[in-house]
Design a protein around this ligand. Structure first.
Ligand SMILES: Cc1cc2nc3c(=O)[nH]c(=O)nc-3n(C[C@H](O)[C@H](O)[C@H](O)COP(=O)(O)OP(=O)(O)OC[C@H]3O[C@@H](n4cnc5c(N)ncnc54)[C@H](O)[C@@H]3O)c2cc1C
Length: 287
């Protein structure tokens, strides 16, 4: 009975943003997106783990996910959260888990992204990323809501980093962040300019059509290897149009049972109740 209620709530609230609870759900969903020319970036839901069992289970799931992606010939990257691999436990656990996943993914030629979480974890996340940057196939997310990101991006671009630029989904911190939507967007535009002028290939993770149009105008001049990425369930029709007009596109696809924190961030971003209802009711079929 309880699990029926849980399944209902899961489908009603989180269903539009996540593939389902299992790896197979993510693979099936990926096949559907791939058939429309859209790559997927698969994330196993879960964060802020301090318990050894949860951390080990997350690592094991990513190892299996890599094998499933390879065996099914899916066009997918994976994206891992540092706090699900042990960031809140200790640096050795975190490093060894990340390296293990990256090594397995490299064998299968699957690209591994590091999600960026709260502001307090940025240093540890960048350090972790740089520890594997000597090899190929790794990227890191950077957030325009943080004032420090300009410096961080400048430094890590010099080392050949692959960046996924987003606005940031975590709470602002008074001194460390830009605190209005306009300021965050204006910094996104600035950082995007840096990526075009100094980066070779990068991903722009945004649903902000103005930013996407600005990027396309910039790319007429710079001709960079740009991928436009959106979250599953948010304006994916626009992504499909971008794909049809010859752009590289990807959708971020979470799966797993721990959908609450992720869904809460999406609801918060939707801003107000009318937008939430509209986005819940709007068909997301990619016809
Ligand atoms: C591929 C990808 C990877 C990401 N990875 C990370 C990460 O690692 N770390 C991190 O902090 N954040 C990550 N994010 C989330 C990101 O930081 C933003 O929180 C989110 O993308 C909303 O910002 P926006 O750029 O779309 O701009 P906004 O200004 O927030 O939104 C632009 C427009 O998009 C629409 N929109 C945005 N969100 C919603 C919603 N939930 N429901 C309905 N409409 C909406 C609205 O029309 C809005 O006006 C990722 C986002 C993407 C697309």
């Amino acid at each position: 009975m309880m699990s029926n209620v849980q399944n209902f709530i899961e489908k009603a609230i989180a269903g539009r943003w996540i593939s389902g609870s299992t790896i197979q759900d993510a693979i099936t969903d990926s096949k559907e997106f791939n058939s429309k020319g859209i790559k997927t970036i698969i994330n196993y839901l879960g964060e802020s783990f301090t318990n050894d069992y949860e951390i080990a289970e997350a690592v094991d799931t990513y190892m299996r996910l890599i094998r499933y992606i390879a065996e099914n010939g899916i066009n997918a990257d994976i994206s891992v959260k540092p706090t699900q691999l042990g960031l809140l436990k200790d640096a050795d656990t975190l490093k060894s888990n990340y390296s293990k996943i990256v090594a397995e993914a490299r064998k299968a030629k699957i690209f591994v992204w590091l999600d960026m979480e709260e502001a307090d974890y940025v240093d540890a996340t960048i350090q972790l990323y740089l520890s594997e940057l000597d090899g190929a196939g790794v990227g890191i997310c950077m957030q325009s809501y943080l004032k420090r990101s300009e410096d961080d991006i400048r430094k890590i671009l010099q080392k050949g980093s692959v960046i996924r630029l987003v606005k940031g989904a975590y709470s602002s911190t008074k001194n460390k962040s830009f605190n209005t939507r306009e300021a965050v967007t204006s910094n996104y535009s600035k950082l995007m300019g840096m990526l075009f002028s100094q980066g070779a290939g990068f991903t722009l993770g945004t649903h902000d059509i103005n930013m996407i149009k600005e990027a396309q105008a910039l790319n007429k001049e710079y001709r960079r290897d740009v991928t436009y990425a959106m979250l599953k369930g948010i304006n994916n029709k626009y992504l499909l149009d971008l794909s049809k007009s010859g752009n590289k596109v990807a959708v971020y696809l979470p799966f797993g049972k721990r959908w609450l924190a992720y869904s809460y961030r999406r609801l918060k971003e939707a801003g107000h109740i009318k937008l939430i209802l509209k986005s819940l009711m709007k068909s997301q079929k990619l016809e």
